[in-house]
Design a protein around this ligand. Structure first.
Ligand code: MN
Length: 418
């Protein structure tokens, strides 16, 4: 489904809130948006949409499955779908020289110091290997951006390869794409497989077309073409990250823009830093990865990244236990699937993993602290964890499942049916 097709569908269903009041991109949009889907029709005269995937309900709608089938849909698709290369695209309605001041790029919070592109999918390719992933992009000129490249991730690796040869890395920054492709590029898949995964999730080949610089991209509202300079670095940050705190300033590479394409009257998509759409895109893609990893060691029923854990640091994994060892194996499998995870709780299949109180009930009644809590100090986690030192921290796994031999002690009493 196209980006506009998805928005039209939501509008027809009465789910798209339109905000017509004129707003400045500096603080006013981020102060107004809240948690719900919103289309701002006059941000310095331009359109801005936010929160298109800000809930499980919206994600389910984009994927075309009921909410409780998200995990089985995602975990059953392999990143091997076919893509379809096409010649033309509505994205080419307007082609011009880069001038970022024409776009309603938001400045989100008072400490930010610059506007940031937050829903820009950076598509890059070098020596036949491509990648697509969202990177935050700080505006540092009318045709220049600072890009945060997390070390040893795919875009960073391509940038490093190009750098070794003294070459720039060609990129196309794509804003406003169909929500399923947006979700696919937010998922960690084997190198170069993002669009194949998007096709697999969509159930049909997604269309890609070629930019002037050779990068193949999906149809989009706005495309910024250019390259990442091989050696130039600038200050990037401060910027609010998923844990709703300021990330530090680092020296990061510079993107030079060479060409801009967009739809007529384009709809600019922005993610609110630490907002629910940011959380959903960062966290939910890990659920199927954890699901498939735990499946190797236990009869896994469901996996949830929880809102209280910023959809990133905490997972709850539900298993149907047939052997007492399986909970510990499930803990290890979960940490193997999501390296940035900090805490995981394993529960039985009578626990509602969408209900924080039910999870707490499992901890209250099924955990013995000295036997069921596994602590892993000094291991690599996330640099986003404020309690880590350069990403090195402590992980904890909690086995909140019943002891199989004493099930009678733990099972909840069935309520009489009247
Ligand atoms: Mn990748």
């Amino acid at each position: 489904m196209s980006f506009r097709g998805f928005l039209d569908k939501l509008k027809t269903e009465g789910k798209l809130r339109e905000i017509k009041k004129p707003l400045s991109p500096v603080y006013e949009v981020s102060a107004t948006v809240g948690k719900e889907l919103a289309l701002f029709t006059n941000v310095n005269g331009s359109k801005v949409v936010m929160n298109i995937l800000a809930s499980r309900e919206l994600l389910a709608e984009a994927l075309g499955v009921p909410q409780d089938r998200i995990i089985s849909h995602l975990s059953s698709r392999q990143p091997e779908g076919e893509v379809k290369i096409v010649k033309d695209s509505p994205t080419k309605e307007i082609i011009e020289k880069p001038d970022l001041s024409k776009l309603p790029i938001l400045t989100h919070f008072e400490g930010d110091g610059a506007p940031y592109i937050t829903a820009g999918v950076v598509v890059s390719e070098y020596e036949g290997v491509m990648n697509a992933s969202i990177h935050r992009l700080r505006v540092i000129g009318k045709d220049r951006l600072a890009v945060r490249l997390v070390e040893f991730r795919h875009t960073y690796n391509l940038y490093k390869k190009a750098q070794e040869n003294g070459e720039p890395l060609p990129v196309a920054i794509v804003i406003g794409i169909d929500p399923v492709t947006l979700f696919a590029v937010s998922t960690r898949v084997p190198e170069g497989k993002e669009f194949n995964y998007a096709s697999a999730l969509s159930g049909e080949p997604i269309e890609l077309f070629e930019c002037e610089n050779g990068i193949k991209i999906p149809h989009a509202e706005i495309v910024l073409e250019g390259y990442i300079h091989p050696t130039e670095l600038v200050d990037e940050g401060p910027f609010v990250d998923i844990s709703d705190r300021y990330d530090i300033i680092r020296k990061q590479p510079v993107v030079y823009l060479t060409n801009v394409m967009n739809r007529r009257d384009p709809i600019y998509h922005a993610l609110l830093p630490a907002g629910s759409e940011h959380h959903i895109l960062m966290g939910i893609p890990y659920e199927p990865l954890i699901f498939n990893e735990v499946k190797k060691v236990a009869d896994v029923k469901n996996v949830v990244m929880t809102p209280g854990g910023c959809y990133y640091f905490h997972a709850v994994v539900q298993i149907h236990k047939t052997n007492d060892d399986e909970a510990k194996h499930a803990i290890d499998a979960t940490f193997a699937a999501h390296k940035s995870l900090k805490h995981v709780i394993i529960v039985d299949d009578d626990i509602n993993i969408f209900d924080p109180n039910d999870i707490e009930f499992a901890i209250a009644t099924r955990v013995k602290g000295d036997e069921d809590i596994y602590i892993y100090p000094n291991v690599r986690g996330s640099t986003l964890d404020p309690r880590s030192e350069n990403g090195i921290g402590t992980k904890v796994g909690i086995d909140a499942t019943m002891e199989l031999s004493k099930k009678w002690k733990f099972q909840r009493v069935p309520k009489p049916k009247v």
